[in-house]
Design a protein around this ligand. Structure first.
Ligand SMILES: C[S@@+](CC[C@H](N)C(=O)[O-])C[C@H]1O[C@@H](n2cnc3c(N)ncnc32)[C@H](O)[C@@H]1O
Length: 239
């Protein structure tokens, strides 16, 4: 791993969250490649782990602003696990510590409320808010129209969580509106928005769907970690 990425990893290792280092690097690269034709939006920031990866990538690229949308009161599973949740103080502290406060704009709202007034074109959106199927689908429906042609939509937790897992199969991997789709280890699925994709793009979508389904077998069977790791390497090398 490059020295700069290692340094970011060391920094985000101290931030509570669920994003793996490889997923962080995926976000870093996606944000780095943003041209500035639109902004970056994140739905679901928690304490800032993914926000920092996105912001660091953007700073390495074209300094595109990151709009980090989260009411900071947690999702249903967090409230169940921790009781009352308030993550904004830690989020702010972590963003400042990472020196990215100049390009991160927090929006303390639910994504559907934020969508009503958000009128900037979006070049990259990372969706990691509610993981319930109906709500993650609503996120897609409200935000997809704001994404520019050629922009990227990425979802987190598309393996272990039924909502995003089902949705990405329906709206990205089998879609006519995405090209260059990818399943990036270990649980991010993303694609580039197009008006209408080509036959080749659709074949690629089905191919990635097959690889993703294969990856899910050892995961669903709860096989020992080496099997899952092996599948991860196979899936990575075949895309
Ligand atoms: C899994 S955590 C996000 C983790 C974060 N991306 C990271 O890498 O650490 C989910 C977050 O989504 C937020 N959330 C839940 N429903 C939301 C919604 N409808 N709109 C925006 N944020 C939401 C929760 O408050 C919580 O902080």
């Amino acid at each position: 791993m490059r020295k700069e990425l290692k340094e970011i990893q060391q920094l985000v290792d101290k931030v509570h969250g669920w994003l793996s280092p490889h997923e962080g690097i995926t976000l870093y690269n996606l944000a780095k490649n943003c041209t500035g034709k639109g902004v970056v939006v994140e739905i679901g920031s928690w304490q800032g782990k993914s926000t920092i990866w996105l912001a660091k990538g953007s700073k390495k690229g074209n300094n595109v602003k990151i709009y980090a949308i989260d009411p900071h009161t947690g999702s249903s599973e967090h409230k169940e696990a921790y009781g009352k949740v308030w993550t904004f103080n830690n989020f702010k502290k972590n963003i400042n510590k990472a020196n990215v406060e100049d390009i991160v704009v927090p929006i303390l709202k639910y994504s559907d409320k934020a969508a009503k007034t958000f009128n900037k074109p979006v070049e990259l959106i990372f969706i990691d808010g509610s993981h319930e199927y109906d709500l993650v689908k609503l996120d897609f429906e409200l935000w997809f129209p704001k994404v520019i042609d050629g922009g990227i939509i990425a979802f987190h937790d598309t393996v272990g969580w039924e909502g995003p897992k089902r949705l990405v199969k329906e709206i990205i991997l089998k879609s006519r509106n995405f090209k260059s789709v990818k399943f990036a280890d270990y649980s991010i699925t993303y694609g580039r928005k197009v008006k209408k994709n080509s036959v080749f793009d659709r074949i690629r979508g089905r191919y990635v769907l097959i690889l993703k389904n294969l990856y899910e077998i050892p995961y669903n069977l709860n096989l020992p970690k080496p099997f899952i790791y092996f599948m991860k390497v196979v899936v990575r090398s075949l895309q």
